[in-house]
Design a protein around this ligand. Structure first.
Ligand code: ME8
Length: 520
C-alpha cells in the first residue's frame, strides 16, 4: 500500500477565510483526490490555529472570550471547505483535546532531553505575524519586515528550543533531499537563512494567557507556532503511536506533503524539521511553498482588507469555476493577480465554451444519431485523437508530484480543443446515416467523442470533482470518488477499453455544465 499525507496550514481564526485560504486548501484537495484515485491510502488534514496573542487581542476587541471567537470562526472555514468540496479527512482545531495532549507530550519530552531550556527573551515581536524579530531585521520606524506593522518590544522569561544544535543536521538534510522544498528556487532562500546561523527560538510567553500552559509551569503559555506545527502529528495519532498502537503513523509521516504559502516557509522548513529531529522523528517529504494572490499588486490579506470572499464566487459561479481559476491561472510557486477580466475569460471561454459545449454537443449527437447509445465494439475509434489522451496519462503521476497543476490543466484543455476541432472538421451532421460508409464514420466519431469525454472526466476529477461527477452521470457511469474505487493512470486505458467494449446508453437528460454568465 502506498501512503500520502497532505496538509494545509491551519488558519488563524481572527477573521473569516478569503481566497488565499481557499487556494492552499484547493491545492491540497486536488493532490489528495489524485492520490486517492491512483490507489494511495490518503490522509488529508486541514483546520484552524486558535491560540496565541493575535486571537486573544481580536477576541478582546470583540468583547468575547477567545474560545468563543474560535468556536464561531472555525465554522466559517468548515462552511467554505464544504462549499468548495474539500475532501479532508480531519479538520483539526488546536483547542481539540488530543492536540493539547500532543503539545504537552512533545514539550515535556524536549524539556527532559535538554532541547528546551529556561532563560530570558529580550527582543521584538510582531503579533499579526506571531513572529519573534531581531532588532537588525526591523524596517524603518521599528516595523515588521514581513507585514510592515509596528513590532513590540518584549522582555520576559521564556523557554527556548535549541536550534543551533541541529543546524548542521538540517543543512545536510536539505542539501541531500531534493524535493524537500518545492519549488526548487525557494530552497536557496532557506539554505541562506540557515547558513546565517540559527538563534535558539523562544517558545513560551508569560505576558498573556490564551494558549496551552507549559506543563508544570502555569506562568507560561506555549508559543503559538510550537503549538500549531504539532497539529501535523496530532492528526496522525501521535499519542497512539507512542503507545505502539499506530502502525500507519510512520508510513504517513514519511509521505508528508505540507502545502503552505511562501510567507510561512521558514516555520515549516527550518523550525519544524528541527522540532521533529528533537523528537526523534523524520522531517516531511515535501514542503510546497505556493505564491500569493494579489489585489492591485498587494498581498490579499485580512489585515489589509483587500480580500475577495470565495463564498461569493462559489455562490455565483460554482465551486469548480473557482477551483479551476485558482489552479490554472498561476503556476504554483509564483504570485498572481486575482483579476475579474481573467476570471471571465477562463470561465466563459475555457469552461462554458470549450468544455461545456463539448460535453453538451456530444450528448446531443449521441441522442440524435444513436438513440442515446454509445456505439460498442463494432464501431471504430480515431486513434490519432485517443492517442492524445494516452500521451496525457503518461507521466501524470510525476507531474502531480511536481505540483505542475497549471500545466496539467493546460494540456487537458488542449485535448478538449483537439476534440472540438475533430468534431468540427469531421462534421458528423453532414453524414448520411443511411449510407453504410457514412454511418460507420458517424459511429466512429461518436464513439471517439464519448471515450474522450470519459478521459476528460478522469483528467479533470481532481481539479473539478463536481463537473467530473456530472459528466459521469451523463455517461451513465460511476463517479470517480465512489468509495473503494481507484484507477491509476497506468491502468486507465485498459479500464476504458473494457468499459466501452459493449457500448451502453447515456442518461436521458443532462444539465448544462457552465452556463455563460455576464460579469460585472
Ligand atoms: O499563517 N495568497 O495562518 P493564516 C495565497 N496559522 N495564500 C494566502 C494568502 C494570499 N494572499 N493569504 C493567506 C498562519 N494565504 C498560521 C499557519 S500552520 C502550522 C500555521 C494562505 O491564517 C497561505 O497558505 O495567516 C498562508 O501560508 C496561510 O494562508 C496563512 O494563513
Amino acid at each position: 500500500m502506498k501512503y500520502f499525507y497532505v496538509t494545509t496550514p491551519i488558519y488563524y481564526v481572527n477573521d473569516k477565510p478569503h481566497v488565499g485560504h481557499a487556494y492552499s486548501t484547493v491545492i491540497a484537495d486536488c493532490a489528495a483526490r489524485f492520490k486517492r484515485l491512483s490507489g494511495y491510502k490518503v490522509f488529508f488534514q486541514t483546520g484552524t490555529d486558535e491560540h496565541g496573542l493575535k486571537i486573544e487581542k481580536e477576541a478582546d476587541a470583540r468583547g468575547i472570550a477567545p474560545k468563543e471567537l474560535a468556536d464561531s470562526m472555525h465554522i466559517k472555514f468548515k462552511e467554505l471547505f464544504s462549499d468548495l468540496n474539500i475532501s479532508y479527512d480531519r479538520f483539526i482545531r488546536t483547542t481539540d483535546a488530543d492536540h493539547v495532549q500532543t503539545v504537552r507530550t512533545a514539550f515535556e519530552k524536549l524539556l527532559k532531553n535538554g532541547d528546551i531550556y529556561l532563560s530570558e527573551y529580550e527582543g521584538w515581536y510582531c503579533t499579526p505575524c506571531e513572529t519573534f524579530l531581531t532588532e537588525k531585521s526591523l524596517s524603518e520606524g521599528g516595523k515588521c519586515p514581513q507585514c510592515g506593522r509596528p513590532a513590540s518590544k518584549v522582555k520576559e522569561e521564556s523557554y527556548f528550543l535549541k536550534l543551533d544544535k541541529y543546524e548542521k543536521k538540517l543543512l545536510d538534510f536539505i542539501e541531500n533531499n531534493s524535493g524537500f522544498i518545492k519549488p526548487e528556487f525557494r530552497k536557496n532562500e532557506v539554505l541562506s537563512f540557515v547558513k546565517e546561523g540559527l538563534k535558539n527560538l523562544s517558545i513560551s510567553r508569560t505576558s498573556f494567557k490564551w494558549g496551552i500552559p507549559v506543563p508544570g509551569d502555569d506562568n507560561h503559555v506555549i508559543y503559538v507556532w510550537f503549538d500549531a506545527l504539532l497539529n501535523y502529528l496530532t492528526g496522525l495519532g501521535h499519542e497512539t503511536y507512542l503507545e505502539g498502537r499506530n502502525p500507519d503513523f510512520e508510513r504517513f509521516l514519511e509521505s508528508t506533503n505540507h502545502i503552505v504559502g511562501k510567507d510561512i516557509l521558514k516555520f515549516h522548513a527550518v523550525y519544524w524539521p528541527i522540532m521533529l529531529f528533537a523528537l526523534g522523528l523524520r522531517p516531511p517529504k515535501t514542503i510546497l511553498a505556493h505564491g500569493w494572490w494579489l489585489m492591485d499588486g498587494a498581498k490579499m490579506s485580512k489585515s489589509l482588507g483587500n480580500v475577495i470572499d470565495p463564498k461569493v464566487i462559489v455562490e455565483k459561479f460554482g465551486a469548480d469555476a473557482l477551483r479551476y481559476f485558482l489552479l490554472s491561472e498561476i503556476t504554483i510557486g509564483l504570485d498572481g493577480d486575482f483579476n475579474t477580466g481573467s476570471f471571465t475569460v477562463r470561465y466563459n471561454s475555457g469552461l462554458a465554451n470549450d468544455l461545456g459545449n463539448l460535453v453538451s454537443r456530444t450528448a446531443a449527437m449521441l441522442r440524435k444519431y444513436a438513440d442515446g447509445k454509445i456505439p460498442g465494439k463494432n464501431a471504430g475509434e480515431d486513434a490519432a485523437v485517443l492517442n492524445e489522451a494516452l500521451v496525457l496519462l503518461n507521466g501524470l503521476g510525476e507531474r502531480y508530484d511536481r505540483y505542475d497543476f497549471a500545466k496539467i490543466l493546460e494540456d487537458i484543455f488542449r485535448f478538449i480543443n483537439i476534440l472540438n476541432k475533430y468534431i468540427n472538421d469531421s462534421a458528423p451532421w453532414k453524414l448520411n446515416i443511411n449510407e453504410p460508409e457514412d454511418r460507420s464514420n458517424l459511429f466512429k466519431i461518436l464513439k471517439t467523442a464519448a471515450v474522450s469525454i470519459y478521459y476528460i472526466s478522469y483528467f479533470i476529477y481532481p481539479f473539478m470533482p463536481e463537473t467530473s461527477g456530472k459528466i459521469n452521470n451523463m455517461l451513465n457511469i460511476k463517479p470517480f470518488d465512489l468509495p473503494g474505487f481507484s484507477l491509476d493512470p497506468g491502468d486507465a486505458a485498459d479500464y476504458c477499453e473494457k468499459l466501452f467494449k459493449n457500448g451502453f446508453s447515456i442518461a436521458e437528460k443532462s444539465e448544462i455544465l457552465f452556463p455563460r454568465i455576464k460579469f460585472e
